[in-house]
Ligand binder design. Structure first.
Ligand code: WTA
Length: 652
């Protein structure tokens, strides 16, 4: 990414909001100004006002922010509400017949769910879950393809106060097992299979494998019939979704939960150990997803919104499963990949469904950009009025392509910085207010007090890189790491007297006050917008019988953002030629089986040892240079084993 940062440093193109956009925006510039002012004067009051206005409460709250247990912050604590009620029921009078979800399968099948349909489907499944003994606070693992039923499953859990933990359908049985075991889930919702990239992915088969090796908390598996592939159903444990809901009533009284009741866990990678279960609360999370869909995506009743993220990631939680529904929007949900049957699929779908607001990741933009301008030019994209990106810094070239070729130089681009932990957008343009600069996520949203600081926690001046922190609590912040509160404190509050939230990114501000994200400060890779811990991949590699030691680093990649490079020391001889190729293949496959295809190393290199200091520390900086193919100019004579450098460079 450093090339990107370098070019971004000299970025001087500016795009003020188009006048007609401002005229029709939900949030007018003067309102935005008032919000910023209010937030600055009275942080807690600002959030309380919004919570009263945007959430339909079952019981009003009187406590705004409870910071008595800092760094655990609780919001609107004595209120009661239900997230699913807020996403569905409250629209029934005014939007009952309005499409909520326009689903399209990779094979082209479509189905539209109105808000009333959603109410019925969610109600039936929620009743089915209750009939299966699922109670408030119980964990439910969801391992699904990207189909409407995944959203329905999440909503059904929320409706009865069950805590869902969605596991991305691309994760392997081992990864699924870890997440089941850590969450202690008793019920799993999955599907026979889904279609991706032109083939059927047999989710149930992987789920069975995971259930075979996990500690046995799961007593019930609900299987949605989707792809029609053959599956094994275990008597007494497995039930078809379609059978479970067949006799269930559509009305399901929501569980009125307290604001802080956990809505979901979502596992994400950190620099050490296994993925951590990020725990989110109900009301606060909902509030930030609502306001960001209104302010950043400017969603109006007439809009057709499409966020391409899978529900396996936080983006698919906040901008598919919850936020767009909470504001009563119509959204597109797509099962498959952007390149089936060809690279025009997304643009064809934008045309067919009249998409007006489109949100995706820079890696996808770069991949589609490579296919050329002729493809999008074949489609009518004139309905688009706003574009968004998330997941990693967008390089200005990709930004300009997105702006010109997809947005027709008409659509503002909202580059949204946020994290699994933050629950919703934190630093992002207000498209009716903010002047855009390609590559910058611009300014913190009203109520979000973000800053760039040094080791001592002091604010840094323009163009000085430092730690990105958030200095005041916000409603959708994570509440803890599931089953590991110590890790919550040590990961997010280790510095600055535990007063500032440490995001784990480095950033700088330009002289205009715009934020530029520079990269992670920890050993987390960002591969195609997905977070992967280097240690997770290393652990998978050393679990292979032939491997003695492994070190994994990232290398800049023009489509994926970062590519994975693994340096591997085998127990036996260092392989060469065909033997090395065989081993590379086997290890790539191994990692894919242990974590998932997204974690497959792009490049594997063998040596007799890893470059270490005399005190035994692996020199990661050196490995990163080797991975990039840089000339090694630094003195390596302090290394314990200098000779391996040449081996890892492929020179010996
Ligand atoms: C990175 C995804 C630059 C960042 C919502 C962050 C970004 C991590 C941006 C969180 C952006 C996300 N510009 N970097 N607009 N958005 N990131 O938890 O490093 O999967 O810490 O959440 O992605 O990834 P996560």
């Amino acid at each position: 990414m450093s090339d990107t940062i370098e070019s971004a440093l000299h970025e001087n193109r500016h795009f003020p909001p188009p006048a007609d956009f401002v005229a029709n925006a939900r949030l007018k510039p003067e309102e935005a100004e008032a919000l910023y002012r209010k937030a600055e004067e009275d942080h807690e009051g600002f959030w309380c006002d919004l919570a009263r206005e945007k959430i339909t409460w079952h019981r009003e709250f009187s406590v705004g922010l409870d910071d008595s247990q800092a760094p655990h912050y609780a919001w609107f604590t004595d209120g009661r509400m239900n997230v699913s009620y807020n996403c569905i029921d409250r629209h029934l009078d005014t939007r009952g017949d309005k499409p909520a979800i326009i689903f399209e399968g990779e094979n082209g099948d479509t189905r539209t769910y109105t808000y009333r349909d959603l109410y019925h489907e969610v109600g039936k499944l929620a009743n089915g879950l209750r009939a299966s003994g699922v109670r408030k606070g119980d964990r439910v693992v969801i391992y699904m393809p990207m189909i409407a039923e995944a959203v329905i499953a999440m909503q059904a859990c929320a409706r009865i106060g069950a805590v869902h933990s969605v596991v991305f359908g691309g994760f392997s049985a081992d990864a699924l097992r870890d997440r089941i075991d850590n969450s202690g889930a008793e019920v799993m919702i999955t599907a026979d299979g889904g279609t991706r990239g032109g083939r059927v992915v047999s989710l149930k088969k992987t789920a069975d494998k995971a259930l075979d090796i996990c500690s046995g908390t799961v007593r019930k598996v609900i299987v949605c019939k989707r792809a029609g592939n053959e599956v094994n159903m275990t008597e007494g444990r497995d039930v078809w979704w379609q059978d479970l809901v067949a006799d269930q009533p559509v009305d399901c009284e929501p569980e009125w939960v307290e604001s802080e009741h956990p809505l979901f866990l979502l596992y994400t990678s950190g620099s050490t150990g296994k993925p951590k279960g990020i725990q989110h609360a109900s009301a606060g999370y909902l509030l930030n997803t609502i306001i960001t869909n209104e302010w950043v995506f400017d969603l109006h009743d007439e809009d057709i919104f499409w966020c391409t993220a899978d529900v396996g990631w936080i983006t698919g939680h906040s901008y598919v499963a919850y936020g767009p529904l909470a504001v009563g929007a119509t959204q597109v949900v797509y099962e498959g990949v952007p390149t089936v049957p060809d690279g025009g699929r997304w643009w064809q779908m934008c045309q067919a469904h009249g998409v007006t607001v489109f949100y995706t990741a820079p890696t996808a933009i770069r991949a589609l950009m490579k296919l050329g301008d002729e493809i999008p030019a074949e489609y009518d994209l004139s309905k688009l009025r706003l574009l968004g990106t998330v997941g990693e810094p967008i390089n200005p070239e990709a930004w300009m392509w997105y702006y010109r070729t997809i947005g027709g130089e008409r659509c503002p681009i909202v580059d949204t910085w946020w994290q699994t932990e933050t629950g919703a957008h934190m630093i992002a343009p207000l498209p009716s207010v903010t002047t855009l600069t390609p590559g910058s996520c611009t300014r913190p949203l009203p109520g979000i007090v973000a800053d760039v600081v040094n080791e001592e926690g002091e604010s840094l001046g323009p163009d000085q890189g430092g730690f990105l922190v958030i200095k005041k609590p916000w409603p959708s912040m994570l509440r803890t790491v599931w089953q590991d509160d110590h890790r919550y404190k040590s990961t997010y509050w280790p510095k600055f007297d535990g007063k500032y939230y440490l995001a784990g990114d480095s950033a700088r501000r330009d002289p205009d006050g715009n934020f530029w994200i520079m990269g992670r400060i920890d050993d987390v890779l960002n591969v195609s917008g997905h977070r992967l811990g280097t240690m997770e991949i290393e652990s998978a590699l050393v679990a292979h019988e032939a491997v003695a030691e492994a070190a994994v680093v990232g290398r800049p990649h023009d489509v994926k953002g970062e590519a994975i490079v693994a340096f591997v020391i085998l127990k036996g001889e260092r392989p060469t030629g065909a033997a090395a190729e065989e081993m590379v293949k086997a290890l790539r496959e191994w990692v894919s089986e242990h974590i998932g295809p997204i974690a497959k190393p792009d490049d594997i290199r063998f040596a007799d040892g890893l470059p270490k200091t005399r005190s035994g520390k692996i020199m990661r900086r050196l490995l990163r240079s080797i991975a990039k193919g840089e000339e090694i100019t630094s003195d390596t004579s302090t290394l314990e084993n200098e000779a391996v450098v040449a081996q890892l460079q492929g020179k010996a």
